[in-house]
Design a protein around this ligand. Structure first.
Ligand SMILES: Cc1ncc(COP(=O)(O)O)c(C=O)c1O
Length: 393
């Protein structure tokens, strides 16, 4: 590792991250390579982003050809990729209307605004949100206000008022917070940052029912668990409920920065109107080319089906590993969003993994999460397990 390069970077950036001591150069399939040619099996996918892995020729070509034609237009004009990307997301999400933005946090900000605008137009007098403890929704003021972690919030208080926190999978805790001021309930079907906590079907259906009975909107945050990661295009599709608003980002662009929120026609009729919300870059030609090509490849290659199969294999192998290592307290997750809860420090494990050529990330305080590119194979899962077996006590 080139120490002088690392030092220069550290001196130039605001110190908000603790990056690993590697300088990455390129990727191929599920592997990344550093400047010294060392290979890393990637079970982090850039925080669950690089769904197609690295060096996908079709995706690369789609972006290269688009950049030669047109990179940016602003939202004043549609361009030749707008229709393709919007229709692709409509098709796979089953939602009616899409708003493109640039990140997950922005998608959440937009979703929250959309829910307040709906209440405003309906003159319901509702403005409060119910969110979940241990949730993560982003770093903007709206999104951090609905994030159920004091550590993310405290230095930035006072936050946006009107947020209450219930417990995931405890419907009574949600019911206890519902009042005639509640405008929306926001939930991640599988909490990512919070430690890979899977919502139960009873909980998701219960939220849907509360919303239907009270003119409250259900918002699903699918930024991390969406786009194939759990074995369906979007995780909520496995619960037999449809949200009123949903957010997405990360994997929908497979590495190109793009986010979106989507809503049903019923919400759109009363929600955001011209002038209410906007973004200079959102829905640009490059982002739309990335989304359209990602969805096309997902459909052609049946990626969600692959995730179901390989996710089950990963889960089984992790459960086998847990039988050998007492430090694994629990295995949890869905599809290719799995976690192991540890009695030892996740930071130590990710550090040792890096040395052995394996990229891992933690979640919550005691979980290692596995969110690899969705194209991984059994052989790569076996390699993960072999390295973990060496590292764990
Ligand atoms: C569920 C969820 N929502 C929102 C976000 C924020 O996304 P971004 O970092 O793209 O702003 C994240 C990021 O990890 C997330 O996991």
């Amino acid at each position: 590792m080139d120490k002088s390069y690392m030092d220069s970077v550290q001196n130039a950036l605001v110190h908000t991250y603790n990056p690993a001591p590697v300088i990455l150069e390129y990727g191929k399939g599920a592997y990344l390579y550093d400047t010294e040619g060392k290979a890393y099996l990637d079970f982090a996918a850039g925080y669950a982003v690089n769904s197609l892995g690295y060096g996908n020729k079709e995706w690369n070509e789609a972006l290269k050809s688009q950049i030669d034609k047109l990179a940016h237009t602003s939202n004043l004009y549609y361009h030749t990729r707008t229709k393709e990307a919007a229709e692709a997301l409509k098709r796979v999400s089953g939602m009616d209307r899409i708003f493109f933005c640039n990140s997950g946090g922005e998608a959440v900000e937009g979703a929250l605004k959309a829910s307040r605008k709906y209440a405003y137009t309906k003159k319901s007098g509702r403005f409060e949100w119910i969110a979940m403890e241990e949730s993560f929704h982003g770093r903007g003021f709206g999104s951090v206000s609905v994030t159920g972690h004091k550590a993310y919030q405290e230095p930035f208080e006072p936050l946006v008022p009107g947020v209450k926190f219930a417990k995931l999978n405890d419907l009574d805790s949600v019911k206890a917070l519902v009042t005639d001021r509640t405008c929306a309930i926001i939930v991640e079907p599988v909490q990512g940052e919070g430690g890979i906590n899977v919502a139960t079907e009873e909980f998701m259906k219960g939220i849907r029912k509360i919303c239907d009975e009270n003119v409250i909107l259900m918002i699903c945050d699918e930024v991390q668990c969406g786009m194939g990661r759990t074995g369906s295009f979007f995780a909520w599709q496995e619960y037999g409920v449809r949200p009123d608003i949903m957010t997405m980002a990360k994997a929908i662009g497979s590495g190109f920065p793009v986010g979106a929120f989507a809503m049903t026609e019923k919400v759109a009729e009363y929600s955001l109107a011209p002038g209410d919300h906007g973004t200079t870059y959102g829905g640009g030609p490059l982002a739309c080319a990335a989304v359209a090509k990602t969805v096309e490849i997902f459909e052609e290659k049946h990626i969600p089906e692959h995730v179901k199969e390989i996710g089950a294999y990963l889960k089984k192998q992790l459960e086998e590993l847990a039988k050998k290592h007492d430090c694994i307290l629990a295995c949890k997750g869905k599809g290719l969003m799995q976690g192991i809860q540890l009695s030892i420090s996740p930071a130590e494990v990710t550090k040792k993994a890096l040395e052995k050529g394996l990229l891992l990330i933690s979640a919550g305080s005691d979980v290692i999460r596995f969110v690899p590119p969705l194209i991984i194979t059994e052989k790569e899962v076996d390699e993960l397990i072999r390295i973990l077996d060496e590292i764990l006590e």
